[in-house]
Design a protein. Sequence first.
Length: 138
Amino acid sequence: MSDPLYGKPLLRLAADAVGAGRLAEFNAEATAYNPACGDRISVTLGSEAGKITALGHETHACVLTQASASILAANAPGLDEVRLRTLREEVAGMLRGDSGVTPPFENYEVLKPAAMYRNRHICILLPIDAALKALEQG
């Protein structure tokens, strides 16, 4: 594929599928859905003292959502709701061309080519939105 949106680094992240599957034990769960394209992600969270200890996801979605879920799951342990909201703002800002994403989430930069496709921004933000929902409910 020569489309810069679907480069090898993006495809590798999606294929790695870090955190794929439901956690055996979890404190909270939530689902986020994009009616425009049909992407759906269900997230299970382990949490303690308001911080994520583990994140699992069942993703029935495009490669952009899959890669985003993999990045999030790899770096979720230790996050609290404030940092997760900040991450969402950073990723949305990156997609608008405003700013970059701070460590340990710099792998989101691989998704930067999606900035020119506004309808795909929600696909990238879907895993973060599901995790925020789960934290709010848990």
